[in-house]
Design a binder for this molecule. Structure first.
Ligand code: SER
Length: 340
């Protein structure tokens, strides 16, 4: 008998790290993880098996599907927006072909089980592309899911297309076949910038906020790569994990969409800097603007409208900005670097 498992890709990354900890604590699933890297040592013993390997390795994926009955996939592996601009072809392979391969597996396993495999997919604010006109971010404050879907980055294009593939596998896969296959249950959240107290991101464009905070906590000087007035929404990592789990658990009949905006608070780089300096008065935070990364941030909305997530599956962030700093970020980050 194959073991029933929840399969998490990109498990050694920021969201994966937090999700594995949460799911392991909850204790109701066997967890199988995969990443190019070994799992961080603080996740030792929390998963049934960790596979070090590449998503694009078809033989490896075939072994996984032979060995396990996959009930749900949390597909977190991706090259983020800045990294993807340096290697757009590789980003396309990993972000799109990697996702397509897993959707195929989900479709196949849904048939065997006679029950839909849940496919939980973090998408991103990067799917939006605000027009390059002065003040456009100011004019269109809270963007809805269907507005401004004109990404400027390879990563944004990849995420938007994968959302569409997910919808396709959920609604129209093999639509001309005589017998309708059991569809994949694809569900996705579009994350704003994420901030963790325990990890720092790699290769994203919203990274200036977590980098500023972690540098200040370590007593290191930091130069922010976007202008002081740059504003996008953010979310503390525990809320990101909650959003994935809440959406995964929502009754199917309550969902009016397959892709939902989520957000917690919106801050400019300067507001973020001021809050960090309030917590770490000796922090040296300056600006050294990278015009190219700035353009990417300028193309992302100043905020997102997450009313569909609120209405359909009761989404509400636990941490507004103040609670995020006071109750989650500062205590944990202080302890992290005090222990280091
Ligand atoms: N945080 C991501 C990035 O900056 C956006 O989803 O690429």
């Amino acid at each position: 008998m194959r073991k029933k498992v929840v399969f998490i890709t990109g498990a050694a990354g920021e969201v994966g790290h937090a999700l594995v900890k949460y799911l392991a604590k909850e204790g109701s699933h066997n967890i199988v993880t995969m990443d190019l890297r070994p799992l961080p040592t603080d996740l030792d013993g929390l998963v049934m098996e960790h596979i070090v390997g590449n998503l694009l390795d078809k033989v490896l994926l075939a072994r996984i599907t032979t060995q396990f009955e996959i009930q749900a996939i949390y597909h977190l592996a991706a090259l983020l927006s800045t990294s993807a601009e340096f290697q757009p072809d590789i980003a396309h392979e990993v972000n799109v072909e990697g996702t397509l391969g897993l959707l195929r597996i989900a479709a196949e396993q849904s048939q065997w089980r006679g029950e839909a495999v849940k496919f939980i997919f973090p998408s991103s604010i990067a799917v939006y592309g605000m027009p390059e006109i002065d003040q456009s971010k100011g004019l269109y404050q809270r963007v809805r899911e269907w507005e401004w879907n004109q990404p400027r980055t390879m990563y944004g294009c990849n995420k938007l297309y994968c959302e569409m593939l997910g919808e396709y596998y959920s609604k129209h896969y093999r639509q001309l076949a005589a017998e309708q296959p059991v569809a994949v249950d694809f569900r996705s959240v579009r994350f704003p910038g994420l901030i963790s107290a325990f990890t720092v991101p790699a290769g994203g464009t919203s990274d200036y906020a977590p980098e500023m905070l972690h540098a200040a906590a370590k007593g290191e000087a930091y130069n922010c790569f976007v202008r002081p007035d740059s504003r996008i929404p953010f979310m503390a990592m525990p809320d990101a994990v909650r959003a994935l789990l809440l959406l995964a658990a929502a009754p199917h009949e309550n969902l009016t969409r397959r892709v939902y905006n989520v957000r917690a608070f919106s801050k400019s780089a300067e507001q973020f800097r001021n809050r960090v300096i309030e917590a770490f008065p000796a922090a040296e935070i300056g600006y050294s603007v990278n015009d190219k990364r700035q353009k990417i941030i300028d193309s992302w909305p100043a905020d997102l409208d997450d009313s569909s997530a609120r209405n359909d599956w009761g989404w509400q962030p636990t941490y507004n900005s103040e609670r995020a700093f006071e109750e989650y970020l500062l205590p944990n980050i202080r302890q992290r670097y005090a222990d280091a």
